[in-house]
Structure formats: structure tokens, C-alpha cells
Design a binder for this molecule. Structure first.
Ligand SMILES: [Cu+2]
Length: 687
């Protein structure tokens, strides 16, 4: 639904990004993506998978190729989207048009990691200020993951399919996927399955223990296209087995769950369309601190999420332009319980919470003149949250620890935990076309975000912080107010004779930014409202040098600062740039890529964040098409086996990770290294 509204201008983006095509497979792919009521949209950044990212296993890694975006990585299958310095719950990540909820209280089952890269058709990021129609809480932008989806075009039923088989050397990783379909212009059925596993990855002179992973993934769908209406059913299921998250205090024993969506559109007049959508998600997850580690005081944490969502969107054309109204919402409950295999008596109810969001928006796309296009939207959201009484068997102990548990429990259970926020969002995006090759974009937004259940209801000091991975225990805060951001954007696009240059600058002032602040216990931070700002610039550049050769560049810079004290914000991507030279001829396509990250010295003193040195790595990739039904993608990443530290990958918390280093007295002593030299190959077949 939202992806329709977002108007996937994939064709225009393709002409920009896919300067050199080894075959026309990328173009065929477009049939699978719904391009509905497409408006000309230069502001959209599009990446298609896996064609542009053959070596990617975990979908959020594609963000590194998108201007302003990056990924906070806590494990091989745990990547939290970051956009312009905001990450986690601040970024609206949608899969099949619905918010994916994380079951793990530390986001090990990160929303954007839910669908494996080989099962994704496209990842779409709205560059700049996300229109309010793109989601309920979009303070950090909107990212859309579009899983594979088949829609036929022929009168007769046809059978189709695709399969892939891949290998990566750095971790002996293997993956296999298959997608089978039967489709006509009216009815389409499809089924896909994917399986992947790998060992801990190597870096120069060492192994990053324990970054092994093991996952199976399934999807299933049906599309109906009638004269006036369409119907779609989509289901996906992720079965993640034992998988490491070395920057967190525990690892994944399993995470099993998925989402079912149904979507119906009805066009009851030429210019009136109603889209209705419902989704249900359920994910169970177990993590432990002894699966891959040597733990004193073994602990398990069992978590569960249940979420239901609905959306009704009415689109109509009026004289001023296209008007959309939406009524949408979701109801999500989270449970997390801590137990020990050594003590059957131990039981701590960590979370038992619910968060209900109900929201209404109106958005107008209007052509003010031939050269001016304005998108303006307003959204009202009511967020209602609550938490059940908590319990802890530790409270029975006659020790300082027991007393702390007793007091925290009693005070939490005696407090009022039913909290309602009333949030208003605004977005204005104005595009001004100066001439055939130059246009300006102006954006103004006011965006809100209610606190997460962890930020409000973490009643015991624990590292259950949605993947913060800063080594601190945190305390929740029932007095938190929603975050409010005022956002400014200015961008330009210059496009002429094979050259495209699109820089953007932005400034976000965030009031009541939620940040951990010091407590009397030096190991514990408490979530609090502070004031912050984020500003920076990002650019996309591409140039078609000859018919066969193109160069493109993406550069991103963001700075995050507190406004109430002199400090930087935590875990922000340093200045980084990526040059790619692509050369194509007949059945071959080659590319060379230079990636450079500056040192990150602007670190959060509050989070005791450690600085990271800069680095550069070189990647080579190629594709060979045997015919129009088979091709092989291959390459080598980090060709010089450079040892480097990605600032967003966190610190080693695994005490058996000897090659990286571990200090039991300091959780921030050793940063996790990036992957060493990696040879990979993936074979694709389609029929
Ligand atoms: Cu977990």
C-alpha cells in the first residue's frame, strides 16, 4: 500500500544506477514490483537486490551503498538500519508494507534482517524527509523491503521459477534459494525457500568468534488482478538457528516467526481507489549467554512478539492534485522472561508490555505550476502503552542484589504504567524544476516518536536496549516524553548527457531526544529526554563515460550532537565514500569498488564510546551471462585483506573470542574487526 503511494520510480532510477547492464534481467524484475500510479519522483533512492550486491547475505548491508544510510551490525544476521545518524526504532522499516516488529529485547532479529538478501526484489529508501504517508513514526526516515513477489502478464497460465546457489570463502558460507510460480494476468501463485549457513568469519590473522549463522526462510503468496480490484496474500517465515551476536551480551539460540499480509484494492471510480491491508506477525526467540561463551551465571532469555496491523487508504484526484487519506494502526505485545539452566527457581519477568498505535493522515500531491510540485501531509497518532506487573524470584534473596530486585519490582508495580501520547507529524516536500537538467528540492518536516517499550518499561538495570551494544546496563523511565524533530532539507539534482549529480544537505533539531544519561551506578545509564541535533550532507554522483563504462559515487556525512551538553551522539557513521567503476561488454560485466571511511573521533562521552581509525578497502566483482536463463556472479571483497574496524560494528563481548581480544573488566576494550579477504560466487538460473 505505502509502496504504491511511494511511487516506485524504479525505471528512472535504473537508468541512473544500472548504467551498465550485463543482461536485461534487472529490467525484467520490474514486472515483479508494483508500479502503481507512478509519479515522477527524483527523491527516491532505489537499490535492487541481489543484482547490485551479489556478495550480500544480510539485506541491511545494501544500505551502505545508499546516500546517508548505513547499518549498525551486531551479528551476521543482525543489522539495524541507520539513516543520517538515527537508527533502530527511529527508522521506519516496512516489509510488504507493514512494520516488522522485533521479538528480541535487543533486536537480534532486526526488522531489516528478516528477509534474506536472495529473497528480496528491492530495498527502497525515501531520501530526505519521509512523507507522512510512508509510516506512522518516521523520525529517522522510511525504508521499504520488497520481498520477491510474482505477478503474471499472460492470458494463459505459465510456470516460472528461479534458483540460486552461492558460496562465500571468508566464513565458508553457503546459500541456496528457489522460487517457483504459476501465473497468469489474473491469478498468480508463488512459493520460495531459502537456506543459508556459515562459520565464523576470518580477518587478517584471525577469526571473529562467534559469527556463525544458520537460517531457513520461506515465502508464499497469491495475487489476483481483476477489472476493478486486486487482492494479494503474502506470508513469510524466518527460522533462524544458532547465530552469533558478539557485540551483545547473549547469542541467538533461535528466532522463529513471520508475517502474513492481505491487501485489497478497489477502484470504485476512475479517480477513487480504496486500499485495505491487514497483517499479523508472531515471532518467538530464545537467546543465551552460554551458547557460544563461557558464562558464569548461565542465563536464558525467552521473548515473544505478537502484532496485528490494519490500514485503509483512500486515494482520489481533485483539481489540486492527488489527495490521500489513511486510517491505520497496529497493536503489539512483547514478553521477555529470564531463566537459568542451573537454577529452576530463577525467573525474572523482564517485559510484559503492549503498544497500540492508531493514526490518521491526509496528504496532497499538487502541481503548483509546470515547474513546482508540492507534497504536503499531516498525521495524527495516538500511542497507548502499558506494562503488566513484574516479578522476580531474586527478590527472595537476603542480599543487596535481592533487596535491589525487591525495591525495583515494588516501585514499578506501584506506578502508573498506562501512558498515552498524542503525536502530530507534518511533511512538506517541494520540487522546483529550473530547466530540463536541473531541479531543486526543499523539505520541511516535523516528526515525532514515542518511546519504545524498552525505554519506558525496563524496570531492572539490564542490557536489554534494542541493540544499543554500548556495554551499559540501562534503566527505563516512565516519565519519558516523545521525541520531536524539526527537519530541514535542501537538495539538487543535475542530470545531463550521462552525468547525474545529486547532493543534499540537512539539519534536524531533535527535542526530547531519548538518550541514556548517567546514574549513581557507573555501569548503569537511564533513558532520559535530552536535546540533540543532526546535520550533514550526502550525495549521489554517476557518469556514463562511454556506452560500456560508467562511474558512480555515494558519499555520506553526518554529525550528531547534544544541544544540552557538549557531547556527540552515540554510534554515528563516520564520513564515508564509495567509488564504483563498471565496465560491460556482451556477456560480461565487471566492477571495481573503492570504499573509504574516515576515522570516527566524534564519539559519545556519555556512552564511553571508543574512537575508530579510518580505513579503505577495495572490492572487485563480475558477472557472466551464459544465456538469458543463467548467469554467474563472482568477486572478491577486501582484496588486500586489510584489517579494519567498522565503527558501527560494536565491541567484542564474547569471552571466547581470543583473536579479537576480551577484557572482563571493560566491555569496550576491543572493537570487532571487519571481514578479511572474501571470494564469492553465486549461480543464478531462471526459467
Ligand atoms: Cu535476543
Amino acid at each position: 500500500m505505502k509502496k504504491n503511494k511511494l511511487a516506485l520510480s524504479i525505471l528512472s532510477a535504473l537508468t541512473i544506477n544500472q548504467a551498465v547492464l550485463a543482461d536485461d534481467r534487472d529490467v525484467e524484475k520490474l514486472d515483479n514490483v508494483e508500479v502503481v500510479e507512478q509519479q515522477q519522483s527524483r527523491e527516491m533512492t532505489v537499490q535492487l537486490l541481489p543484482e547490485k550486491a551479489q556478495s550480500i547475505i544480510d539485506t541491511p548491508d545494501v544500505l551502505k551503498k545508499m546516500a546517508g544510510a548505513n547499518v549498525n551490525r551486531n551479528g551476521p544476521l543482525t543489522g539495524l538500519a541507520q539513516y543520517r545518524g538515527l537508527s533502530g526504532a527511529r527508522v521506519n522499516v516496512q516489509i510488504n508494507g507493514s512494520n516488522m516488529q522485533e521479538s528480541c529485547s535487543n533486536s537480534m532479529d532486526a526488522a531489516m534482517s528478516h528477509v534474506p538478501a536472495s529473497m528480496v526484489d528491492a530495498v527502497i529508501l525515501k531520501r530526505g524527509i519521509a512523507p507522512v504517508s510512508t509510516g506512522i513514526e518516521t523520525i529517522g526516515g522510511s525504508i521499504f523491503v520488497i520481498p520477491k513477489n510474482i505477478k503474471g502478464t499472460s492470458e494463459e497460465f505459465e510456470f516460472g521459477g528461479e534458483a540460486s546457489l552461492g558460496f562465500t570463502s571468508v566464513n565458508s558460507g553457503k546459500k541456496a534459494s528457489v522460487l517457483l510460480s504459476a501465473q497468469s494476468a489474473v491469478h498468480s501463485f508463488y512459493f520460495g525457500a531459502e537456506s543459508e549457513n556459515g562459520d565464523s568469519f576470518d580477518f587478517k590473522n584471525g577469526t571473529n568468534f562467534n559469527t556463525e549463522y544458520d537460517r531457513d526462510f520461506y515465502l508464499l503468496g497469491y495475487n489476483y488482478v481483476g477489472e476493478k480490484q486486486t487482492f494479494a496474500f503474502k506470508y513469510n517465515y524466518n527460522d533462524t538457528g544458532k547465530t552469533g551476536t558478539p557485540s551483545l551480551p547473549m547469542d541467538i539460540v533461535y528466532a522463529e516467526g513471520g508475517m502474513a499480509n492481505i491487501e485489497h484494492t478497489y477502484r470504485f471510480a476512475d479517480d477513487w481507489k480504496l486500499t485495505s491491508e491487514f497483517s499479523h506477525q508472531n515471532t518467538d526467540h530464545l537467546m543465551s549467554n552460554y551458547l557460544f561463551r563461557n558464562a558464569q551465571g548461565r542465563r536464558d532469555s525467552l521473548t515473544q512478539v505478537n502484532s496485528n496491523s490494519f490500514a485503509f487508504v483512500l486515494d482520489t484526484m481533485i483539481s489540486m492534485g492527488q489527495l490521500s487519506f489513511g486510517l491505520e494502526g497496529d497493536a503489539t505485545s512483547h514478553q521477555a522472561d529470564i531463566t537459568s539452566p542451573d537454577n529452576a527457581m530463577l525467573h525474572i519477568s523482564n517485559f510484559d508490555t503492549r503498544k497500540d498505535r492508531n493514526s490518521f493522515f491526509a496528504e496532497l500531491q499538487s502541481n503548483l505550476s509546470d515547474n513546482l510540485n508540492l507534497s504536503s501531509g499531516i498525521r495524527y497518532t495516538q500511542v497507548d502503552m502499558d506494562a503488566a506487573d513484574v516479578s522476580t524470584t531474586m527478590a527472595m534473596m537476603d542480599t543487596p542484589m535481592g533487596q535491589m530486585h525487591r525495591m525495583s519490582r515494588n516501585s514499578f508495580n506501584a506506578s502508573n504504567r498506562n501512558i498515552t501520547d498524542n503525536n502530530v507529524d507534518l511533511s512538506f516536500n517541494l520540487t522546483q524544476k529550473l530547466n530540463d537538467s536541473l531541479s531543486f528540492e526543499y523539505g520541511l518536516g516535523y516528526k515525532t516518536r514515542s518511546p519504545s517499550y524498552q525505554e519506558r518499561y525496563l524496570w531492572l538495570p539490564l542490557e536489554a536496549t534494542a541493540g544499543m551494544a554500548d556495554g551499559f546496563k540501562y534503566l527505563g523511565n516512565l516519565d519519558l516524553k516523545p521525541e520531536k524533530a524539526t527537519q530541514f532539507e535542501f537538495g539538487m539534482v543535475y542530470e545531463s548527457e550521462g552525468l547525474r549529480f545529486a547532493p543534499h544537505v540537512f539539519y534536524h533539531q531533535v527535542d526530547d531526544y531519548i538518550q541514556g544519561t548517567p546514574t549513581p551506578n557507573p555501569k548503569v545509564l537511564k533513558f532520559n529526554n535530552v536535546d540533540a541535533k543532526l546535520y550533514g550532507a550526502d550525495l549521489e554522483f554517476s557518469y556514463q563515460i562511454t556506452d560500456n563504462m560508467a562511474i558512480n559515487n555515494v558519499t555520506s556525512y553526518v554529525k550528531g550532537e547534544r544541544r544540552d551538553i557538549d557531547d556527540s551522539l552515540y554510534r554515528i557513521a563516520p564520513l564515508n565514500t564509495r567509488f564504483e567503476l563498471t565496465y560491460g561488454m556482451s556477456n560480461w560485466n565487471f566492477s571495481g569498488e573503492l570504499v573509504a571511511y574516515q576515522a570516527q573521533d566524534d564519539v559519545s562521552v556519555t556512552n564511553q564510546e571508543q574512537a575508530t581509525p579510518g580505513y579503505g578497502i577495495t572490492n572487485l566483482a563480475g558477472t557472466y551471462s551464459f544465456n538469458d536463463k543463467a548467469n554467474i556472479a563472482f568477486g572478491v571483497n577486501n582484496i588486500f585483506d586489510k584489517k579494519y574496524y567498522n565503527h558501527l560494528n560494536g565491541y567484542n563481548r564474547n569471552n571466547l573470542n581470543a583473536d579479537v581480544g576480551f577484557d572482563p573488566t571493560n566491555p569496550r576494550a576491543y572493537r570487532l574487526p571487519g571481514e578479511g579477504v572474501n571470494l564469492y560466487a553465486t549461480l543464478y538460473l531462471h526459467w
